[in-house]
Write a protein that binds this ligand. Sequence first.
Ligand code: GLN
Length: 209
Amino acid sequence: MTSPVVGVLALQGDVHEHSQALAACGAQVVLVRRPADLASVDGLVLPGGESTTMDKLLRRYQLLGPLRAQVAHGLPVYGSCAGMILLADRIECGVQGQQTIGGLDVTVQRNAFGRQVDSFEERLDAPALGAGPEEPELRAVFIRAPWVSECGPAVQVLATVSTGPAAGRIVAVRQGALMATAFHPEISGDLRIHRAFLATVSRGWAAQK
Ligand code: GLN
């Protein structure tokens, strides 16, 4: 094996786009649909889609427990949009009974940017990802996106919205091997987020070799 294996949770959502972005960054990609699929992965991406549907499917396919165990065991996981919701320890505006995998010590508000706006692009301040006023800006696509309304002490803020009414809102975070963005880098063609996640995956992968 010459590169880490990254799983993409393939129950629902933009699985294909994440798979392509990861492959473009040099990862071997496998689709994860059953608990046994987790055995071969060095990292996992939770795609965007609909977190309430994914929650139901995770429970139906008996993946919720194994995923919680893997996160607790230190598996690197990156969640985008609905995937960010799935990684959050606490959610606001979830549907009744909605569960998450958890692991990220954050509160995430679903559909926080307002239901009237389905999809838009924003410029971000993201110095930790090599984006800021002097650097090429990170342009992020948001689709019925959440934001992070509260972070625990171990959480590093990676990006905030730089302009407009949502300026200052937290939209990308990292905590240990977990990373999450409210936006969709897999459809903007900017691979900085996937590369940053793969750097985390590769560190763990190399340590096991
Ligand atoms: N609003 C969706 C949810 O609650 C997330 C949207 C997305 O992933 N693009 O799951």
